[in-house]
Design a protein around this ligand. Structure first.
Ligand SMILES: Nc1ncnc2c1ncn2[C@@H]1O[C@H](COP(=O)(O)OP(=O)(O)OP(=O)(O)O)[C@@H](O)[C@H]1O
Ligand code: SF4
Ligand SMILES: [Mg+2]
Length: 320
C-alpha cells in the first residue's frame, strides 16, 4: 500500500445475476488508485459500469471478486466497528438530489441525521454545525427549517453536499452530481465542490459522462468501457494525448465553442451501440466499434498496461 493512496482498487469485479444462468458483468477487473486530496474522474458511456464501480468501492454492493482498500483496510473484510467508521469516512452525492432527500424532513433534519449516528456532539454543537454547513454550501441558516420541495434543483444539490459533509468524511463519490441540473447551475456546483475540496482536504471520485466538466475538476481521469478500464492518465495527458481509440472518439465528440476550429475539425465518430455486458465480446470489448481492430483483438483481451509514466492503456496497438 502506497501511503499517498487513500483508495486502492485491485482487480475489482461486480457481477449481477440476471435470470437463469445469466451473469451481467457490470464491473470486470478494474484496478485503480486515488491519492489523498485528489479528484479522479471516471467517464464512459451510459451502462459502462461507473455507478456500479463507485458503489462497490463504497461497499454499498458486495464485490464479486477483488479488493478495495481504504487507508490500507480492505473495505469488504471490515468488522462492524470498522464498517461504521468507513460509512462515515466515505460518502456519496447522488445525481438526483430530489429523489435522495426525504420530502417529509426539514433540511436541518436531513443534514443532522448522519451526525446523530456518527458524531458525539451536543444539541447546541449540532445546530451550530448545521448552520455552518448551510453557509459553507452557499445557503443560509434559514434554509434549515424548509422542506426539499421549497428549494430549486441547484439548492437541493447543495443540501446533498451538506449532508455528505455533515459527518466529516475524507472521501466522496460524486455520482453524476450535476447531470440533473440546468446547464447554468452546473458550473456553480462543480466550483463549490472544488472549493470545499481545498478547504477540507477531501478526496473525490467524480463520475460523469460530461467530459468537459470532468476535465475541469479532475487531476486524473479513468475511461471505462463495458465494465473495464481502458485508459487512465493525468487530466492533461488524457485530453491532449489520448491513446485508446475509445478515448479518442469520446474526446473528439466534445464540442468546441469556437466555430472556426469546430468546422475544420476531423472528428472520429463513434459508431454503433455499447454491446451487452451479459455476453461481452471475446477479446477486446471495443473491437466491434474500433476502426483499428486487428486479428489479435478478437482473441485476446488487452490488459491495462503502463505505457508511459502514469499513463495506462488497454489496447493491443500499444502492447508488443
Ligand atoms: N442492481 C443491478 N442489477 C442488475 N444489473 C445492474 C444493476 N445495476 C446496474 N446494472 C447493470 O450494470 C451495467 C452498468 O450499470 P451502471 O449503472 O454501473 O452504469 P453507468 O456507467 O453508471 O451508466 P449511466 O451513465 O447510465 O449512469 C448496466 O448494464 C446496468 O444495466
Ligand atoms: S485492442 Fe484492438 S479493438 Fe481494442 S481498442 Fe485496441 S485496436 Fe481497437
Ligand atoms: Mg451511473
Amino acid at each position: 500500500m502506497n501511503k499517498e493512496n487513500l483508495i486502492e482498487v485491485v482487480n475489482l469485479k461486480k457481477y449481477f445475476s440476471v435470470g437463469k444462468d445469466k451473469t451481467l458483468k457490470a464491473v470486470d477487473n478494474v484496478t485503480l488508485n486515488i491519492k489523498k486530496g485528489e479528484t479522479l474522474g471516471l467517464v464512459g458511456e451510459s451502462g459502462c459500469g461507473k455507478t456500479t464501480c463507485g458503489r462497490t468501492i463504497l461497499g454499498i454492493y458486495d464485490a464479486t471478486d477483488g479488493h478495495v482498500y481504504f487507508n490500507g483496510k480492505d473495505v469488504h473484510a471490515m468488522n462492524r466497528d470498522e464498517k461504521l467508521k468507513f460509512k462515515k469516512d466515505a460518502q456519496i452525492i447522488f445525481q438526483d438530489p430530489y429523489a435522495s432527500l426525504d420530502p417529509r424532513m426539514t433540511i436541518g433534519e436531513i443534514i443532522g441525521e448522519g451526525m446523530d449516528v456518527h458524531l458525539k456532539i451536543s444539541h447546541k454543537e449540532r445546530q451550530e454545525k448545521i448552520d455552518d454547513l448551510l453557509e459553507k454550501v452557499g445557503l443560509t441558516r434559514e434554509h434549515g427549517s424548509r422542506f426539499p420541495h421549497e428549494l430549486s434543483g441547484g439548492q437541493r444539490q447543495r443540501i446533498g453536499i451538506a449532508r455528505a459533509l455533515a459527518v466529516e468524511p475524507e472521501f466522496i463519490v460524486c455520482d453524476e452530481p450535476i447531470s440533473a441540473l440546468d446547464v447554468s447551475i452546473q458550473a456553480q456546483i462543480v466550483n463549490l465542490l472544488i472549493k470545499l475540496q481545498k478547504e477540507l482536504g477531501l478526496t473525490y471520485l467524480f463520475i460523469s459522462h460530461d467530459l468537459s466538466m470532468v476535465k475541469h475538476i479532475s487531476d486524473r481521469v479513468g475511461v471505462m468501457y463495458l465494465g473495464s478500464m481502458v485508459e487512465l492518465a493525468s487530466n492533461h495527458t488524457l485530453y491532449e494525448k489520448p491513446l485508446h481509440p475509445y478515448t479518442q472518439a469520446l474526446i473528439s465528440a466534445i464540442p468546441i465553442p469556437d466555430p472556426s476550429i469546430e468546422d475544420g475539425r476531423n472528428r472520429l465518430k463513434l459508431e454503433g451501440e455499447v454491446p451487452s455486458p451479459i455476453n461481452p465480446p471475446k477479446g477486446c470489448r471495443f473491437r466491434q466499434r474500433c476502426i483499428y481492430a486487428k486479428e489479435i483483438c478478437s482473441e485476446i483481451t488487452p490488459e491495462l498496461k503502463e505505457i508511459d509514466k502514469d499513463h495506462f492503456v488497454a489496447c493491443h496497438l500499444f502492447q508488443e
